[in-house]
Design a protein around this ligand. Structure first.
Ligand SMILES: Nc1ncnc2c1ncn2[C@@H]1O[C@H](COP(=O)(O)OP(=O)(O)OP(=O)(O)O)[C@@H](O)[C@H]1O
Length: 247
């Protein structure tokens, strides 16, 4: 049986002046999904995620989470959403625990910080300044901060950019763990291999539009000239062809 739809995006568009950054996008996300968004730079992924998080207002269309409009009922939805900082510079001068406590202060619902620290392997680092951590541990801290209110949904915008392959792999393992704990995760990423391995569904964005959306194996099987990887899917759908690339 299908799980419950908890995010419903209907014909959402966003303009920056004359530039249509998101162009009439519609999709649904079910509870417990690890839902991926891929696309080239400037495809509209960040703008879409910001609208889902209630940070940017759509110019057209509507976004409902648990049946509530993200614009009109933003305050109500705040408790259910976990936001991953794109940069940790805001908390660089705090230690890991202080940063988590500061963000927890913004919410009514409080997660058990000791438990998150332990689950994320952050115990040896909890009294270290965030700026002294390696990139992988900083991103892990950012994810830990996103959990301080025990959210049901977590939005992640290219969270592994700049990490080495092992740190990336470890980060994706954490996302799988959170998914097993019942969280719904929406992630924009360029980690094609990890998206293929971990996501239930992946949507390909190009020039503000959703070109296709399905589970990774179906997307791969639908490639007209065969192919085995999400990278081939990305090259086929997301990258505008100039005649020199063929997958
Ligand atoms: N604040 C802004 N003001 C004006 N134009 C913007 C703004 N933010 C994004 N854009 C433009 O909107 C379009 C979509 O950008 P967006 O950042 O959403 O794409 P993206 O897929 O997230 O790209 P990237 O992978 O580089 O982060 C691009 O043409 C971008 O230049």
């Amino acid at each position: 049986m299908d799980k419950e739809t908890i995010i419903q995006v209907s014909s959402v568009s966003k303009y920056y002046g004359a530039n249509k950054a998101v162009d009439s996008v519609s999709f649904r996300v079910n509870e417990g999904e690890l839902f991926g968004i891929i696309g080239t730079h400037g495809a509209g992924k960040t703008t879409l995620l910001e609208m889902l998080m209630g940070i940017r207002m759509p110019d057209q269309g509507s976004i409902r989470i648990y049946g509530h409009d993200v614009v009109l009922e933003a305050e109500r939805l705040k408790e259910d959403i976990g936001i991953h900082l794109q940069s940790t510079s805001l908390v660089d001068k705090m230690n890991v625990r202080e940063a988590m406590e500061m963000f927890q202060g913004f919410y009514k619902r409080k997660n058990n910080l000791d438990l998150i620290i332990e689950q994320f392997g952050l115990s040896p680092y909890s009294d270290k300044l965030v700026k002294r951590l390696s990139g992988g541990w900083r991103q892990r801290t950012a994810l830990a901060i996103a959990l301080v209110n025990d959210p049901k949904i977590i939005f992640l915008d290219e969270p592994t950019t700049g990490l080495d392959p092992q740190a990336k792999r470890d980060y994706w393992a954490l996302l799988q763990l959170l998914r097993q704990q019942g969280k719904t995760i929406i992630v924009a990423s360029h980690d094609m291999e990890d998206m293929q391995r971990n996501c239930n569904r992946v949507c390909v964005m190009r020039k503000g539009e959703f070109i296709t959306c399905d589970n990774p194996s179906t997307l791969i099987a639908q490639l007209p000239r065969g192919g085995l990887t999400m990278e081939a899917v990305y090259m086929h759908h997301a990258v505008e062809m100039n005649g020199s690339v063929s997958v």
